[in-house]
Structures are given as C-alpha cells and as structure tokens.
Write a protein that binds this ligand. Structure first.
Ligand SMILES: Nc1ncnc2c1ncn2[C@@H]1O[C@H](COP(=O)(O)OP(=O)(O)OP(=O)(O)O)[C@@H](O)[C@H]1O
Length: 550
C-alpha cells in the first residue's frame, strides 16, 4: 500500500474517538495521536484531509504531527431571571376546546381516574401558581390522563399527537412529588445526585424541556439543570455543581457528565425518555441502554419510568418491555401518527426546477408571518436561506452542521421575528415549540410519513390554526402519495384528485415506506392480561389502519 494511503488510514482512524462511529457530537477536548512521515507529504496530506474532515485541527509539536479536536468553548447567553420572561407564553387558539373531543385510550390494569381540571390534581400551591402564570386554564387530554397516572406512581408509555402538552404532563406530577417530599438542591456535594433524569434526542428539544422545568419550579427549592452537546462542558459542570434535582440532557452529554463522576444516579426516582422513537432513529439505543445500566441507577422496580413516543412500532415496544415495569399503563391520545386537524394542508404539484420560484412567491405573499421551510439536506438549507436573503426576505437556517451558537442564534432570530423565515432540515422538525408559526412549507417532502406529520406539527399548536404547503414532485415523491392521502383523509382535509391518482398508480413500497410499521399503535399486551378503556370519541382508528402504513 502506498505511504499516503497508510497515512490517511492513520489520520482518519484517530478521529473515531469514543462516540462509536457516530462522530461529531460531544467532543471531549484534546485527543492526540502520532505518526512519522516525510514533511512535504505530510503538509500535502494535511491540506487534503483538512478539506475532507471539517472541524479537525492538526499541528506540529516536537517534529510530530499532532491531531486534536477543537475544544468546545461556546457558553450560552445567561437566561433572563425575571418572572415576566420566565412565564412568557403564547395564547391558546380558538380550537383549544376541541381537544376535549380527541380520542383517548388507556390500556393496562386499574388505571387511575382521569382529572378534568388542574384543581383535581391536588397540586401544591407553588405549582398551581406557576400553572396559572403560564396561562394554562384547563389540562389537555394527555395531561388529564397522564398526570393522575404518574401521581399514582405507575410507569407510563404514552403516544400523543404533536403539540398536545406532553411536557407539562410529565413535569407537573414529578415536580409535585419532589416538592411535597421537600427535595432541595444542594451546592455542597461534589457529586450531584438528581431525583429525576429526563432525556430527549435533540439539543433544542431538551433545552425547551429544561425551560418548562425551570418555569414550573420557579421560586422553589427544586433546581433543574440542562446538559447537551455543542456547549462548553466546564460551564455545564459548574452549573451542575450549584445543585441539581432534575437533570435534563441529550444522551451523549448526559453519559459524559455521568462518566466524569460528577453525577450519581442512586437517588433517581423518575426516568423520562422523551421522543423515544426519534432516539432510536438517531441511533441512541445503545446510549439509552448504557444509561439505564449505569452502576447506581435503580432497577426498573425501584424507579418510575415514563416513555413518550409519537409512534409505537416493534422496536419501541421492545424498549418499553425492557425499561418499564410489567404493569405499565399505555396511553394514546389522538390518532397515533396522524396530523393535527388544525393544520390546513395543501399540495402543489411542481418540478424540481420551479420550486425556488414557487417558494419565493409564497414567502413574499405571506409577509411577516412566521414560516418554517423544510428541506432535505443541510447544503440545501444554506442554499435556500441565502437565496431568500438575496431576494430581501429575512431568513435564517438551522441544521446539524451549524455550530450550537449559530443554531441558538437562528432560533432566537426566528422566535423574535427578526427573521420570520427559518429554513430547516428534519433536525428541527420534532419537538420545537415556537409560538405563532403560521406556516410550514415542505420545499422537499421528507422520505418518511412520520417526519411529514412532525414537520407540519410545528404549526397549528395549542388550538391555533396553521397552514402547511408541500411541494410534490411526481418524479421523486410518488412513493409517499399513498400515505399522504391517508393522512389527509384522516385529518378531514381535501385530497387533490391528482394526488389520489398518483397514490393508486404508484407502488406503495419503496424508499419512502420502510417495512417497519412506523405508526403501529397497539399495546402489544392487549388480549393477554390487560383491559382497554376508551374515553372521548369511541373509534380508535390507528390500530385498525395499521396495515396501511406498510
Ligand atoms: N393545559 C395547557 N393550556 C395551555 N397551554 C398549554 C397547556 N399545556 C401545554 N401548553 C402549551 O402548549 C405548547 C405545546 O406543549 P408541548 O411542547 O408540551 O407539546 P408536545 O406534546 O410536547 O408537542 P410535540 O409533540 O410537538 O413536541 C407549549 O407552549 C405549552 O406551554
């Protein structure tokens, strides 16, 4: 093998690091390696490899080539501490009351009675005040059922439609228990031992959960802390050392701080895994298993575990069996995998060459309406954002290749209305809760129907009306047609005749329809031991439609 080839193997091999091939996330400061090759070859190689591998730094130290990953120095801006900012919220929309009609199903033995008001939950005074300052007047269906289940000490697997208030459904009962037991953060111990651990797949999502936890525990002795990649670890360790009762984190950084001996798990009473299906899609299953298997973590019999997932395919059921107690309750709210009926969905038939023109027409006509534009690739996101800026449409973008500082700045500019258009890849599709997103545009349709539902779920939240426009290119998108028609029909939306024709003429399998039952919603234990309670409207469609998703 020529020398240069050997060198490349050495250099790229050095980069692998402890992330097990998923690279890029959670650098641990400087790692070093050494190789001896002629200097001129080395220089050429250096330029070549540096172009190939972003964010890798080389230097010469004592005649040796030294490899290092850049230290993450980003420290997020200090959060406002005043009550007004902490409790800032957007208004619920005209359709909020319609939530009462949403289908709810609970399966498992002896589920507790659902609550109908927050008063029924008998929460402590400080939580009641926080709820009212947050503008919550009555609980959403996932809260009506989830809060009493968690208060009763039961494990929970919940599938609920987008924007339905899942975060408060698990935070309120956890905080209630911690406050009732007089838990208080202490900055005196070297190792922090949180009582609750919450894991979510993306930095933005866990950041939001943390802000909600901070809001509900405002003015109390309970202290939430957040850890996620892309932020200086030293900063997060300092935050941790000031006391931590509720640790929120993305899987990699969570394991990192535990591995550094700064967090002990022996006091964990609550483990929450949010967006579990997304965590599997993103390859976090080994991290989740490592977390529950960490020495000190109480066994499932000795902790309460809550899992949330938009869908309930076989691999999530397997996790539920492994992580939850055998008598866990299974809660489904709305049509699992279905789109919210408050979003008006339209489709525009396009060719790939006219998409940019069409996009420009739409965003120019919507003025200052907050609009999220979804594209398939990171490069496309930058390209489209630059194009819109050139056309004097203030636009920003968010995707996995942007640094954390840039991602947070993009979200800030979008939230504040400074840039009313945000171009995003699917990293931003799930979980982002941004007030007043009136409009979602699928510039590129995603390659699976579940991403489609999550993308359009960024609008039409909390009873507000939203609009979603999707560019449909028959050359590339026809394998998705069948699923789209089903989603539209279930959300009681008009189905364009050309889309219906496309659905019937195109094969329903292909790259868009992976064999896995994406939206399966059946409690796999049904028919064995467990009864099912259905409230609200009687028919629970998703289970019977399961085959359609194949
Ligand atoms: N009972 C309530 N009354 C009014 N607003 C609420 C209520 N519960 C939650 N909200 C607000 O609704 C919004 C959506 O809640 P949340 O982000 O928890 O939804 P979600 O179910 O996690 O959505 P997604 O699946 O899209 O992540 C938030 O801004 C939240 O503050």
């Amino acid at each position: 093998m020529p020398l240069t080839h050997i060198s490349i193997v050495i250099l790229t091999g050095l980069r692998g690091g402890y992330r097990g091939g998923r690279g890029g996330r959670g650098g641990r400061g400087i790692r070093q390696g050494v190789c001896c090759i002629p200097f001129y070859v080395l220089l050429k190689l250096l330029v070549f490899v540096k172009i190939l591998i972003k964010n890798v730094h080389f230097g010469i130290l004592n005649n040796f080539l030294v490899y290092s990953e850049p230290k993450v120095t980003y420290i997020p801006p200090t959060l406002p501490e005043d009550e007004e900012s902490i409790f800032a919220h957007y208004e619920t929309g005209i359709n909020f009351d319609k939530y009462d009609d949403i289908m709810v199903e609970v399966s498992g033995v002896t589920p507790p009675q659902a609550i109908s008001t927050f008063d029924d939950a008998e929460l402590c005074e400080s939580l009641r005040k926080s709820i009212s300052k947050s503008g919550y007047i009555k609980p959403t269906p996932v809260q009506k059922h989830g809060i009493p289940i968690i208060c009763a000490g039961r494990d929970l697997m919940a599938c609920a439609q987008t924007g339905s208030g899942k975060t408060a459904a698990f935070l309120l009962p956890i905080l209630q228990k911690l406050m009732a037991d007089g838990v208080a953060a202490s900055s005196f111990s070297e190792i922090q031992e949180p009582e609750a651990v919450i894991v979510a797949p993306t930095r933005e999502l866990i950041g939001q959960i943390f802000l909600e936890a901070r809001k509900f525990s405002f003015g109390t002795c309970v202290r939430p802390v957040v850890v996620y990649g892309g932020v200086n670890t030293g900063f997060q360790l300092r935050e941790l050392s000031r006391g931590c009762n509720v640790l929120c984190g993305t899987p990699g950084r969570m394991l990192d701080v535990i591995g550094r001996g700064k967090v002990g798990l022996s006091k964990v009473r609550y483990l929450v895994l949010d967006e579990a299906d997304r965590m599997l899609d993103m390859g976090f299953e080994p991290d989740m298993r490592r977390l529950v298997g960490t020495p000190g973590m109480p066994s499932k019999e000795n902790r309460q575990t809550l899992m949330f997932s938009a869908t309930f395919p076989e691999d999530i059921q397997r996790l539920a069996r492994d992580f939850l107690r055998v008598d866990y309750l299974f809660l489904t709210v709305g049509i699992v995998g279905g789109a919210c009926t408050d979003v008006e969905q339209t489709f525009v038939k396009v060719t790939k060459f006219c998409k940019r023109e069409q996009l420009l027409d739409i965003v120019k006509s919507t003025g200052t309406e907050r609009t999220m534009v979804f594209v398939e690739t990171k490069r496309q996101a930058d390209f489209i954002a630059a194009h819109l800026c050139q056309e004097n449409v203030p636009t920003t973008s968010i995707h996995g290749d942007r640094e954390q500082r840039e991602r947070e700045k993009a979200l800030f500019d979008f939230r504040s209305g400074r840039c009313p258009v945000l171009v995003a890849t699917s990293v931003a599709a799930r979980g982002l809760d941004i007030p007043d997103v009136q409009h979602v545009i699928n510039f590129d349709l995603p390659n699976n129907i579940s991403d489609y539902v999550h993308r359009i779920g960024r609008t039409g939240r909390c009873g507000n009306i939203g609009r979603a426009v999707s560019f449909y290119d028959p050359d590339t998108d026809s394998p998705l047609a069948h699923s789209l028609v089903t989603i539209l029909a279930k959300a009681q939306q008009e189905v364009p005749s050309w889309l219906e024709e496309s659905a019937f003429s195109s094969p329903s399998i292909g790259k868009f329809n992976p064999p896995r039952k994406d939206f399966a919603a059946l409690d796999s234990r049904k028919g064995e031991l467990f009864p099912v309670n259905v409230s609200s409207r009687p028919a629970f469609q998703a289970a019977t439609d399961e085959e359609e998703w194949e």
